[in-house]
Design a binder for this molecule. Structure first.
Ligand code: HEC
Ligand code: HEC
Length: 361
């Protein structure tokens, strides 16, 4: 029987971890451009996982509500698909051709029976400074201070019951490049019936207040985007080289896990369950552990974090060296386009790195 070499195991390990994540990360893999774009098919392929089969929302906002569709123009929809919302989960789709994006927009419009878009009338130039004060008092409770957006995703697990839909980020460069002042004004004048976003007029704000709020939201465009996802050059794995043999390294790793206040879950051979019992390769061991406090916090932010927890550190002998390795959480963070999750992944990275350094010191 041919055994897999350590090198190919090593590659497979990293590859499968990443491949599984890519699959699950809702970011559908691009198919080749199709000449006759089919909006329904494109929608199922690229959008339904987050926005729901019928556009009723999920991780993403609802797209089929008449109040939404009547209040945004096609330019807004097109640009939103093109640019996404950097750091706010909604991916950009630079791989889609113009005719595919048009087909998606037509498909989304069919939910309102293609009823015409009726934007609110254009307003007067407002006072952004006054708008900022109004925003803190009236809007920040949902949209976050300075319009950074509500926390968590729209997924049941992470959303408070009082807020069935997470308020989008208004400071987002993808949003601001897509929404004209009239689109912003329309959301304020009418609200979005069927969501927590209520009409500002019905709450007693004046036309002038609305002009000032629009000016304020627009002014966020000129602030340096604090959380724009910077492309990071992260390797897929964190790897340490141990001075000891596999057994001694596993023992040290277990100590390091406990020293980091993580609960040891189990230790097993990499190929356990794949080969007859007793035939496992004893030079390849996985140590599973979990920090439950951290897990809970992370799940509140983005339930998809559950896909790469519990922590899993592998010890294996490779070309005479004993390697201690884990997936690099920072790399994972970049797959999800979620700034809040990326911050947690940075924390997780430091923890993995400390454990691996401790075990290989
Ligand atoms: C990985 C999840 C995800 C995928 C895939 C996704 N979206 Fe989104 N989308 C979101 C999230 C989350 C938001 C809200 C962003 C925020 O909170 O700031 C959003 C926002 C939007 C908005 C703005 C809605 C509004 O009320 O202004 C539109 C339009 C949109 N998405 C369309 C699409 C389309 C069309 C596709 C497929 C081509 C798609 N999205 C794919 C998660 C996703
Ligand atoms: C109770 C929570 C809540 C409050 C308060 C609130 N909003 Fe919203 N807002 C939302 C939600 C949720 C949405 C998304 C609606 C949707 O899914 O179409 C939204 C959408 C918007 C949009 C459209 C953005 C987009 O991506 O579609 C703008 C602009 C906006 N709000 C501005 C404001 C302003 C300005 C105020 C203060 C006057 C305010 N909101 C108050 C919850 C709120």
């Amino acid at each position: 029987m041919e055994r897999k070499t350590a090198a190919s195991q090593l590659k497979t390990h990293g590859f499968f971890a990443l491949a599984a994540l890519m699959l699950w990360s809702c970011i559908a893999i691009a198919g080749p451009g199709r000449p006759a774009a089919d909006g329904a098919r494109l929608y199922v392929h690229y959008c339904a996982a987050c926005h729901g089969e019928r556009g009723r929302g999920g991780i993403g906002l609802p797209l089929s509500l008449p109040s939404f569709l009547a209040g945004v123009d096609d330019g807004y929809l097109r640009q939103t698909i093109r640019l996404g919302r950097p750091g706010r989960i909604m991916p950009a789709f630079p791989q889609l051709h113009g005719n595919q994006i048009d087909a998606l927009v037509r498909y989304i419009r069919h939910w309102s029976g293609n009823r015409p878009v009726m934007l609110a009338a254009a307003g007067k130039p407002g006072n952004a400074v006054r708008g900022a004060t109004l925003f803190s008092a009236r809007c920040a409770i949902c949209h976050g201070a300075n319009g950074v957006g509500g926390e968590g995703t729209g997924v049941t697990l992470s959303r408070p019951r009082s807020q069935p839909i997470m308020a989008p980020a208004l400071d987002n460069p993808g949003f601001l490049a897509s929404a004209s002042d009239r689109v912003i004004r329309t959301a304020l004048v009418r609200g979005r019936t069927g969501t927590p976003m209520r009409s500002a007029l019905k709450q007693g704000l004046s036309e002038r207040d609305i002009d000032d709020l629009v000016a304020y939201v627009r002014s966020l465009q000129y602030q340096p985007p604090p959380r724009a996802a910077a492309p990071r050059d992260e390797g897929p794995d964190i790897v340490g080289v141990s001075p000891d043999g596999v057994t001694a390294t596993v023992a040290r790793l277990k100590e390091a896990v406990e020293a980091a206040n993580m609960r040891l879950i189990r230790v097993q051979y990499l190929d356990q369950g794949f080969v007859p019992a007793g035939k496992e390769n004893r030079k390849q061991v996985i140590v599973y552990s979990c920090d439950f406090g951290f897990l809970n916090t992370a799940l509140q932010v983005d339930p998809r974090v559950g896909l790469f927890l519990p922590c899993r550190v592998t010890v294996l002998q490779h070309h005479g060296k004993v390697l201690v390795m884990s997936v690099n959480p920072k790399r994972l963070g970049t797959l999800f386009n979620d700034a809040a999750l990326s911050r947690l992944c940075d924390q997780m990275y430091r923890k993995y790195r400390d454990i691996i350094e401790e075990a290989t010191f």
